[in-house]
Every structure is written in structure tokens, then in C-alpha cells.
Design a protein around this ligand. Sequence first.
Ligand code: P1T
Length: 384
Amino acid sequence: MKENKLKFNSIVIHGGQAPDKAYGAVMPPIYQTSTYAQKSPGEHLGYAYSRSANPTRSALEKSLASIENGEYGLAFASGLAAIDAVLKLLNPGDEVIATNDLYGGSYRLFNRIFEKYGLVFHYVDMQNANTIETLITLKTKLIWLETPTNPMMNIIDIAAVAAMTKKHHLLLAVDNTFASPYLQQPLNLGADIVMHSATKYLGGHSDVVLGALVVNDIDLADKLYFIQNASGAVSGPMDSFLVLRGIKTLHVRMQRHCENGSIIAHYLAEHPKVEKVYWPGFENHPNYSIAKKQMKAFGGMISFIPKGSTYTDAKRIVENLNVFTLAESLGGVESLVGHPASMTHASIPKEEREKVGVVDALIRLSVGIEDVSDLIADLEQALK
Ligand code: P1T
């Protein structure tokens, strides 16, 4: 199959995939094995031990690389395990500049685990790429960004940041979880590493926790592969299979997430009981022009603040939604609602999170692919 000739909607289905060699199975079998018979010491069929490599994981890793238009994919036990592997590229004393609005678990990993081992983190609003430059020192090694950011939906200009990291010889890693490669492909915009919580849109069905990295540079891939094998936080065969299956419908799911997201964002913006809506598809969103330039559409993630702007107002709404399930996570076929301050971002100190807008009244929606009229009706009754 000449994959490089295929369009994205075909790559999600065929990218890096070939019928299984043993019996021609169209989907890669779940190779639920820890080890592989060897004819003589070191003489095997390409697989020796499943931490180092497993055929189902390899199939997923090839798919991950192809959907991000990269060369090398690596699958991990979770999104955080993938981020953990990237940080292990660094040495004590090295500095990282990260988005000031990012997933609470990433912040916790940076501050509570890696700071202990001597890494230094700076958090900055990256909506203006120039603000990053003021923090660069000789010790800066990595720029970590999310776009759209979780949960404020700020958009960061990946190409502008990449131009700056190239100038200073820094690594640029982009957490592409919220957008998915359907909406943007950071490697094409100059990033060195793209990371996913594949638990979200790539898996797409809220039935698996998995993380991914994709890179183009072989030396970087080798270093990450060494860390993946040496630290051992690999994805299991069943989980790898589930994400591979999810990826095959990514394009059709994303199309509907975006359609429903747009309808709901506009509905909320017009609603008298809603104070403020955060969604990058509004023309008055501060980063609308960048979103339009770097994303194919604007996604199904929306945050909003109800009128009254208190925790009680937010609590009443999230408790009264029925079709939207109150739960952590996002990106599955079903609509979810979250309360970032007490759930996904609870590990960030209140003063820090409020500085970027994660106030107690903020509600986050992951708009699913249900019939949009049912979602609107659910929001309508809860807002009442
Ligand atoms: O949960 P895990 O697969 O380990 O991925 C962590 C992660 C990394 N990056 C982003 C942008 C994320 O949103 C997440 C996980 N986020 C949630 C669970 C959430 O509800 O926001």
C-alpha cells in the first residue's frame, strides 16, 4: 500500500497496516504473550520479550506514526507515561518551559515528580510566542505546549513557537490530545515530538488508557525507545488493539464532534443563563486567526461559566445533566461534563489555576457524537 499517496481519511484505516503474516487476519491479532520462542540464543522472529516489543503494539505504533505524518511511533501505558518518557530525555539542572494552562496531571508530574530530580519548570502564557523567548537560558532544553489548552481552550501558534525553538536548538513537544491529528499535525508545523493521551479521541470509546509519542528524528526515536524499554511503561496488547480499532473511525467521529461542538458552543453563547463560553471557533476568540490557520475545524471541547459565576451555580448544572455524564476524561463517543477545579485540575494550587481562568464556576464539556438535539435539550433543562 502506497500510504504516502493516501489521504488522512484512508491513512487512519490503512496507515502502517498490513494483513497479519500468519493467516492474513485483516485486524492485527491481540498477541497476548510476554515472550517468544528462540531457535538459538538471540535467534528469533523479531520479537524477544513484550516489554521490548509486541506485534500488536508495533501495529499500533506504526498507525500512530502514520496518522501524525511522522516516522516513529511509541505506545505507552498512559498519556502521563508518555510524558514521563519525554522528561527522562533531560538531565538534572535542565529547564523546561511549559504552557501555564495545561492538564493538571501534567503539571503534577512536572512539579511533584521531576522537580525532585532536579528539572526546573517555568510556566508561561504562550499565546504570544515572544513571551517564551524571555525565559530561555543556556539550561533550557524543552518547550512543552498544549493547544487547545486544557481547559481554557487557548490556541498556541505551533509554527511560531517551532521557529523559535529551532533558532535556540530546543526540543518542542506538543500535547495534541485535544485536537487529535484529524485537526492538526504538529510535526508538519515544526514540532519535534507529538504526544497524545490516546485515552481520549484516538481510542474514542472511553474503554482504554494509553499514551503515544510520535517523532521524525531517528536519534530521538532511539533515545525514547531506550527509555520506553528501560523504564517499562508500555501499553499492553489488548489496550494497543483497542486504540488501533478506535483510530480507524477517528475521522468520522471527529467530524461529528466538531459539528456538534459548534452547534453547542453557539447555543451556549446565546443562552441568557451563560456568562462566558470558551471555544476557539468563535470569531471573537482571542486566537481565532491562529486556530483557523492551524486547525481543520474547532473541535468538540468547550468550557463555560454559568451566570452567577459561583461554584454553586456550576455544581447545580453538572449535577442536573443526564445525557452528559459527570466524569473525568474526554474524547469518547459519549458526551461528558467535568468540573476542572475539583476534578482534572485539582492538583494545581487554587491561586495558580485561577490566574489562568480555571475558576470554581468553570464547567468543561466534551461534546460527544449523540444526536445534537438531545444534547441541547439536556443542557436546556439543566440551565433552567
Ligand atoms: O490520562 P492519561 O492517558 O494519562 O493522559 C493524561 C493527559 C495528558 N494530556 C492531556 C491534554 C490530557 O487531557 C490528559 C488527561 N486528561 C484528562 C483525564 C482530562 O479529563 O482532562
